[in-house]
Design a protein around this ligand. Structure first.
Ligand SMILES: [Zn+2]
Length: 438
């Protein structure tokens, strides 16, 4: 499936300031490639066994660090964990089945869990609304990571030390320096290999295409300032019902039974199928946009804020704007495009021609200006304002560097209210009508 092609989109994107200054620093880009893998039956049983061992090790380490904290009031460092692990390997021979690199990664996972915990504690002290949970014992571990070595990537197979050869679908050549390799099993029992790499960023060259502003919504997923509207894909009633039936199937089966396990896999497979349809949509749309425009302005999203309303959270998670804008950022640079986010305050209440600000209740789908009489689709109006705001916020000579020249963008920096109308309204309208695959 296409949606699985490439996942890692973290930390990618153009360094905006450096383009403004006309200097591109060759930053190191971290990225990842994800491949479908087909381990043999034998390899699968080794992998399952090793993941069970990794889980045991994880829980032992957590226990150990808790005890250490009780005694000394300090947390166990990753280094100390590794020293202890070396000792452990001598005492319990079964852990020698795991590659030493994989073992080291387990201690990294434990100390990462602690780090997240402390970070969240700190965030809560600063007044952020975050959930803080102490690192917990794991019921299962579904992946193994080789941090530096212990693996070899060939054309059609990957050889993993202490596991053996694993076939994979090499749909895409790896560019850059390989840093880590992770093999993972999904809930639907599929296997994937993720290769994290680092490479030097290529110099930015603008594709010379037009500029555009995007207003993101739910039914109309993206309304563009040049009057193009990209509709969202719909999860059909049939798909929703089918998911419900599969979910009910799980609860009807006896606890711990083989049939229950089968029902769980059936549901997970279907849920992943739906997720793939969504990913595919987001990948295609973002690809299309970065290749059609040289400059994309979109509204800054504060997903954390929106999540406060627990019911609406589902629709937001589903429509996944956060994911989408990350994809835009990730793909923009190499396509010769710059993607910028702006504060969307008042963008749907402001007339894009005379800048008059007026109330725009949810049910008004057309912006009819009370002052100058301008009439436009409300989302298109908002997207034009988003583009103008982005262009206002950047230096004038930058506008010439990317895409076509811009004309007469007077300031539309309305301020005061901290609502983001277009986003909120869209959610309110569509609340509860979208099914989430999870
Ligand atoms: Zn007007």
């Amino acid at each position: 499936m296409k949606a699985n092609r490439r996942e890692g989109q973290k930390g990618r994107g153009i360094n905006f300031n450096s383009i403004i200054n006309g200097v591109m620093d060759m930053a190191v880009v971290k990225t990842a490639y994800k491949y479908r893998a087909y381990p043999s039956k034998d390899a699968q049983s080794i992998l399952n066994r090793q993941m069970a061992l990794a889980k045991e090790l994880y829980n032992l380490l957590l226990e150990k660090s808790k005890a250490y904290y009780r005694e000394t009031g300090k947390t166990l460092t990753e280094y100390r964990m590794n020293v202890w692990l070396t000792q452990m390997k001598k005492e319990k021979s079964e852990f020698a089945e795991l590659h030493s690199q994989v073992i080291q990664n387990v201690s990294k996972r434990v100390s990462d869990a602690y780090r997240h915990f402390f970070r969240r504690c700190k965030e809560r002290k600063q007044g952020k609304k975050v959930k803080v949970g102490f690192p917990r014992f794991k019921k299962f571990v579904a992946s193994l990571t080789y941090p530096q070595s212990g693996f070899k990537i060939e054309r059609k197979k990957i050889s993993l030390s202490k596991i053996g050869n694993v076939d994979f679908v090499n749909h895409r050549e790896i560019e850059g320096k390989v840093k880590t390799l992770t093999i993972k099993k999904t809930k639907s029992q599929e296997w994937y290999i993720t290769v994290a790499v680092e490479r030097e960023d290529k110099a930015f060259i603008s594709n010379g295409k037009p500029q555009v502003g995007i207003d993101l919504g739910i039914e109309k997923y993206a309304a563009l300032s040049d009057n193009i509207i990209h509709q969202n894909i719909k999860i059909t009633k049939h798909q929703r019902n089918h998911a419900t039936v599969l979910q009910q199937g799980i609860s009807r089966k006896k606890k711990g039974s083989h049939n229950k396990k089968k029902a769980v896999v059936r549901f997970a497979t279907y849920a992943e199928h739906i997720t793939r349809i969504r990913h595919d949509f987001l990948h295609k749309l973002s690809h299309n946009l970065v290749n059609s425009y040289s400059f994309i302005a979109y509204e800054e999203l504060k997903v954390a804020n929106m999540m406060r309303n627990h019911h609406l959270a589902r629709s937001i998670g589903e429509s996944s704007w956060d994911n989408f804008t990350q994809l835009l950022q990730y793909k923009a640079g190499s396509a010769g495009c710059v993607a910028v986010s702006v504060n969307p305050q008042y963008t749907s209440m402001t007339c894009n021609e005379c800048k008059n600000v007026q109330k725009m209740p949810l049910n008004k789908r057309t912006f009819l200006c009370e002052k100058c009489g301008m009439s436009k689709d409300r989302d298109i109006n908002a997207s034009i304002n988003i583009l103008e705001r982005a262009l206002d916020s950047i230096s004038p000579n930058f506008a010439d560097k990317v895409g076509k020249a811009t004309e007469g963008h007077s300031g539309s920096q309305a301020c005061g209210d901290d609502v983001r109308p277009s986003v909120r309204e869209a959610i309110a309208e569509e609340a509860g009508t979208i099914w989430v695959a999870s």
